[in-house]
Design a protein around this ligand. Structure first.
Ligand code: NAD
Length: 335
């Protein structure tokens, strides 16, 4: 029986990159039926909201979704649909792997970092306001419950993957209450996993940024509050080939939403320029989540083969192919 999955095509380059994922999954022969749910800028004009209730209903019903990027206006306009989705569905963990891929000419090889970003609290809770006309305040929220569940998921998941080293990232030297609580709860949870890892340690976020640029191979699993996780995961994406290759997953109690880390890159929309790899790798991780392990392995092999040939790589990776040509090459490599 087909497994129904919600598909949010998204804004800008979203329909092209999610279209690529649909094509590759169809070629793999995985029996997935896509339930299309439109959200974002285009829907705002038609329905007066960028996140219609039907989208949330579809995800709640199917429990699994693949999502293209959604545009958020800067400064004014509607609030981020991405943040709203994570909050409404309580997708408290954002998992962002950074893995070196074959064929790319980059300063570092063999990077394999798994970053866990807390997804619902911190400065992203959206509690901000003007104080008079010339000042603004934003409230940073860190709770014991919110921290405990992201830390526990990070340890459980990393242990199941056979990882050896977990690092908590914070700025508790300055933000003694908020980041102090995040650090404290991390070490409390860590007590249950002491025997499962060779190293459990901490880095202050500014030092972490420098270390990741200088010696990324020293790091394995990072656990971060929301804002630092957002920034450091883009840094890690940069180490492995840029936003075009960075996949992500938002996980809650029983719902999982897979999406690329990158945004809607409006300047590339409709031009066959976007690299669909971040979405393809997100879709591959979705296949693992759904238990289609053999198909996911085949997909990764076909991607690796397409990456080794500059003619089938996209322009952001030094190749000459467009979204469609890269997708076709992967499909051809499936054999
Ligand atoms: P962006 O990720 O859309 O683009 C930044 C740059 O990265 C682009 O100019 C492009 O050069 C490159 N890039 C990104 N994805 C690429 C791809 N697949 N292939 C090739 N090159 C790629 O970030 P931005 O310009 O800061 O944001 C644009 C919009 O996307 C904003 O409205 C922002 O709010 C939104 N956004 C959405 C998400 C999401 O849906 N999860 C994430 C980030 C940004």
């Amino acid at each position: 029986m087909a497994r129904t999955v919600t598909l949010i095509p998204g804004d800008g380059i979203g329909p092209e990159v999610t279209g690529s994922a649909k094509e590759v999954i169809a070629a793999l022969g995985v029996d997935i039926e896509w339930e299309i749910a439109e959200a974002g800028e285009s829907v705002m004009e038609k329905e007066g909201t960028p996140l219609p209730e039907t989208v949330l209903e579809s995800i709640r019903r199917n429990k699994v979704a693949l999502k293209g990027p959604l545009t958020t206006p800067v400064g004014t306009g509607f609030r981020s649909v991405n943040v709203a989705l994570r909050k409404e569905l309580d997708l408290y963990a954002n998992i962002r792997p950074a893995l070196s891929l074959p064929g790319l000419d980059l300063p570092y090889k063999d990077i394999d970092i798994l970053l866990f970003r807390e997804n619902t609290e911190d400065l992203y809770a959206g509690v901000e306001h003007m104080v008079g006309k010339h000042a603004a305040e934003s409230i940073k929220i860190i709770t014991r419950e919110g921290t405990e569940r992201i830390c526990r998921m990070a340890f459980e998941y990393s242990r199941d993957q056979g990882r050896r080293h977990v690092t908590v990232v914070h700025k508790a030297n300055i933000m003694k209450y908020t980041d102090g609580l995040f650090r404290e709860v991390f070490y409390e949870v860590a007590k249950d996993y002491e025997n499962d890892f060779e190293e459990i340690d901490e880095r202050i976020v500014d030092n972490m940024a420098m270390q990741l640029v200088m010696k990324p191979n020293l790091y394995d699993v990072l656990v971060c509050p929301n804002l630092y996780g957002d920034i450091l995961s883009d840094l890690c994406a940069g180490l492995t080939g840029g936003l075009g290759v960075a996949p992500g997953a938002n996980i809650g109690e029983d719902i999982a939403l897979f999406e690329p880390v990158h945004g809607s890159a409006p300047k590339y929309a409709g031009q066959n320029r976007a690299n669909p790899l971040a979405t393809l790798l997100s879709a591959k991780n979705m296949l693992y989540y759904l238990g289609y392990n053999e198909a996911a392995d085949r997909m990764q092999k076909a991607i690796n083969a397409a990456l080794k040939n500059p003619e089938t790589r996209t322009k952001d990776l030094g190749g000459s192919a467009g979204t469609r040509e890269f997708t076709r090459a992967i499909v051809a490599n499936l054999g």
